[in-house]
Design a protein around this ligand. Structure first.
Ligand code: NI
Length: 190
């Protein structure tokens, strides 16, 4: 089932996600929905908070980025922990399904060691580099309640502010189902 992707401005995206119960019976269906939702939006990664679930898990399919090189990088990360990051930071122009129409260069270290549980409940420990490492770092940030626009310089942030404000109101040209948070601030009609 394709689920709506929660947009920038929804509090679930800026709240640290909760540990996942590995035997939670909703997991298999949720994982399938997350892949379907990610593919429908032509994404290469999707974190549970982006579909409104405050759970420490994300899916990735880096083959959407390069079919040949990353053919085997279709994975599910449950309760992941990045144990080590190393190398000289490299820049890449990132985007995020929760922040349509906004892109920006983000510096990240090229090599990471990750421990996680896969969809079969098996503990995994592995090093990643290149794009898979970057996708994992971006999705892992989501689980910490951190968005890639947080890495922008104050100037870039300011330039993007109007667009961010309209995304918050649900105004986007995204070609996939989205969900915007109801307006905050407790304003009432008089
Ligand atoms: Ni994202």
């Amino acid at each position: 089932m394709i689920l709506p992707i929660y947009l920038y401005g929804h509090p679930v995206l800026t709240t640290p996600a909760l540990e996942v119960d590995p035997i939670d019976p909703i997991l298999p269906g949720l994982i399938q929905d997350m892949f379907e939702t990610m593919y429908a939006a032509s994404g290469v990664g999707l974190a549970a908070p982006q579909i409104g679930r405050s759970m420490k898990m994300f899916v990735m399919d880096a083959s959407g980025f390069d079919e040949k090189r990353f053919a085997h990088e279709k994975r599910v990360f449950i309760n992941p922990v990045i144990l080590q990051e190393e190398g000289d930071p490299w820049s890449f122009n990132e985007g995020c399904l929760s922040i349509p129409d906004v892109r920006g260069d983000v510096l990240r270290k090229p090599r990471i060691q990750v421990e996680w549980m896969d969809q079969d409940g098996k503990k995994q420990l592995q090093w990643f580099d290149d794009m898979p490492a970057r996708i994992i770092q971006h999705e892992y940030d989501h689980l910490m309640g951190k968005l890639f626009v947080g890495y922008f310089s104050p100037l870039r942030r300011q330039m993007m502010q109007r667009r961010l404000d309209s995304i918050k109101k649900g105004m986007t040209k995204a070609e996939y189902p989205v969900f915007a948070a109801p307006p905050q601030g407790g304003r009432h009609k008089r």
